[in-house]
Every structure is written in C-alpha cells, then in structure tokens.
Ligand binder design. Sequence first.
Ligand code: NAP
Length: 252
Amino acid sequence: MRVLVLGGTTEASALAKLLAGDARFKATLSLAGRTLDPKPQPLAMRVGGFGGVEGLVRWLHDEKAAAVIDATHPYAAQMSTNAVAACAQAAVPLGSIVRPPWRQHEDDRWRIVPSAAAAAATLGRAPLRVFLSLGRQDLHAFIGAPQHRYIARTIEAPDQVALPPNIRILQARGPFDRDSEAKLLSDEEIDVIVSKNSGGAATYAKIEAARELEIPVVMIARPDKPAGHVLASAGEAIAWLHGRAPGSPRGV
Ligand code: NAP
C-alpha cells in the first residue's frame, strides 16, 4: 500500500520508523525543504513543495497513493489546507496527526497574540532582552522593534536579508531540558520569551523554565489548520493505516 507522509516533525519521524519496519506499506516521507540538512530517515524521501493542490493531486495520482498522513507542524496550515483539498479531489483517505497545544498553567505568565507582528508590537517601547523561539521564518517581524536585544534560537542560520539590528542567533536543534533552558534564560538575563504554541515535549522545557523564573511568554496563537481523520500519535496513525491496508476488513 502506497502511503505519503507529510513531515517535518517528531511525529513524522516516529511514523517513518514504524512504516519502515512494516512490509505492508511502501511509504514516502515528504519534506518542504526548509532544513538544508534534515535528519536521515529510514524511508524514501522527497523534498520540496508539490505545487499547490493541483500538484499534490497529480503526485497522488502518479504515485498511486492509497493514503496520506499529514504529520506537519501545527503552524504549517497551508500544507494541511492543500492536503485536505487534494485528498478530497483524488478520493484518497487523509489522516492528520494533531498535536495538542500546551495549556497555560496557573503560574505561567502568557500573553497570547495572533501573529509574530503582534508579538513584536506587544513587547513595548522600553528596551528588553528577548528570547525568540519561533523558528527562523518570522524573525523579520521584529525589525520594527529595534530597541530590543534579541537572542533567536533556530535549527539553521536565518536566510532573511532583513533581521532586527541587535540579534544573536543560537543554532540548536531540540529536544532541550529544563535545567539548560533555565541556565540559558538566566545567563542571558532574558526579560521575555516569544514562542509558538508548538505542543509536545521536545521544546516544552523553556515554558517550564520561564514559569520557574517568572519570565513572561508572548505566545503566538496557533493558526486554523484543517484536518482529515484526527489521529493523536504516530502509533494511532499506523493503526489507522492498518485498517486500510489490503486484507483488512476496511482495506482495498
Ligand atoms: P506551510 O506554510 O503550511 O506550507 C507552505 C508550502 O510549503 C506548502 O504550500 C507546500 O508547498 C510546502 N510544504 C509544506 N510542508 C511540506 C511538506 N511536508 N512536503 C512538501 N511540501 C511542503 O508550511 P511551513 O509552516 O512553511 O512549514 C514547512 C515545513 O516545516 C513543514 O514540513 C512543517 O511540518 C515544518 N515545520 C514547520 C514549523 C512552523 O513553525 N511552521 C515548525 C517545525 C517544522 P506547495 O504548495 O508547493 O506544495
């Protein structure tokens, strides 16, 4: 059974491992190509956009895909919108791994904003030391708030020409632990964190460290992200696929 996994996340890597060990599936893991040096995967990979809904429909048809798992990041809303539309057009079942958001704890000091631009505006006029933990694509949103000193943690160096003037890039890939996050926030005398509500365990330690150190977090709200059949984990995804594999009661 041919399966397409839309990836770029921990869940997609976990599912790739499960699929690689299962002879019933011939799966391809698709990455957008944002990371120049992605982690090696045990599955066939394809890299780069499909060319919108039309391109994805064509790919599903050409590759005779029998199911798609959308395991993209909670903020990758465009890919999910395209996946829902393309799978409907191509009549290919779509399962979507939906990672629950982090919930605000009573000791958390979050301010929830709709976008990176709104996060920059909410920092205020007085200069602050700001830890940006939102990936490299949205760093330009802080150009309009040059009074702050920024430390941005990204997996790869940002490729934008325009960045805020006082910015230092820390290149690192999670998971991160609470003690080292607390040390980083203290050593750098961080006043405020700007974060996405990614959910999951890999990057939660900074939220716990912020709670412990009473550092406020400007939290960029999740975008609306359409889904197919909602799945909670890579394990649920493989069980759902098994139900569709040839020979199973619901399979073809
Ligand atoms: P996006 O805004 O939803 O997607 C923009 C376009 O990138 C899509 O229309 C598609 O191009 C292409 N694309 C996205 N994911 C793809 C995939 N897995 N395979 C092939 N093409 C893909 O996505 P994004 O927020 O830029 O995220 C890009 C990738 O990084 C995703 O794989 C996502 O899981 C991962 N990621 C994102 C974040 C984040 O904060 N946004 C964080 C961690 C990881 P076409 O229309 O040409 O098909």
